[in-house]
Design a protein around this ligand. Sequence first.
Ligand SMILES: [Fe+2]
Length: 248
Amino acid sequence: MALSSLAFETKIRELLDELWPYALAFYHPLLDGRVQSREHLEQWCSRFYIKDVGVLLARTYAKCPHLEARKFIAENLWEEEGRGQPGRSHPELSARLPHHFGVEHSDLEERHQKRLANPQSRGRQEIVEKETWLEEFAGFGLGAEFYAPAFFELILERLREEFQLPEEVLEFFIVHLTEDEDHSRRTMEIVLRYADTDEEQARVLSAIRRHVMGEAGLTGRVREPTPLPDEVVEKLRSVDRSSAGSSP
Ligand SMILES: [Fe+2]
């Protein structure tokens, strides 16, 4: 028999808690000591281009039969497109960082395509492409967006204080502090409503794990993530989001 909505939420939250050390592994170098100098930061930033979240959302929308969930996915996609404002789509906001360090846009695109074409990365994308709407929806909303505000809060702190990067370059992180908090909350509500069989619930849990471990193939990473050090995980868990939405 399927778990009650309350029991299933508890189970999801336990899983999300267990996966903190592996979440958003693309950003780990900024938090685990691998990026120590401006030179390291430049190297990391030269690969920073979050281009295809909109593709994932559009695909999830196309698979989804439920009007209410579709509306939310469409809103999320519109935010991803910067609500139509020039230069403010999330891929463009992410590209501000490499541009700041002098990376040409054509180089950024080329490297990105190359990373995605790697057979291992391609394999991950293919698995996600075949998922049901609910797997893909939960996998991204809970397996990525749930973690983003805490990660981005700590990353912003470093990029501002230690590296003194200008605010306009940091917009990608700033917009996700509030947007992703709202998305993961609404994703949880929708997942609890529609995952109402044993099978659906089991699928949701494995999709969350798969997205955390494989980042849906969006960044082209090929290795399984290594866990973040305990002290970083503790910091992430305890990020105070009570001032979310206030300007920095
Ligand atoms: Fe985004």
